[in-house]
Write a protein that binds this ligand. Sequence first.
Ligand SMILES: [Zn+2]
Length: 77
Amino acid sequence: MDCKRIIKLISDYIDKEIEETEREIFEQHIRICKRCEAILESIEKTILLSKLLYKKKKIPKKIEKALYYQIRIRYKK
Ligand SMILES: [Zn+2]
């Protein structure tokens, strides 16, 4: 699985809407890929903060979109 695929899966992974087999592949990749690991960490932190801020279970779609946009930009560099 390549990094682009991982990025697409991150949101599902965090929302725990990921299939078991995909989760395994995802976690395997995170363990060997420092870049994806760092990205997952920063996303988790940001989402955690937004959840605290908005006191909601799910962060607003707008913020989520902005977040993933930032990640995609970072990946292109
Ligand atoms: Zn990766």
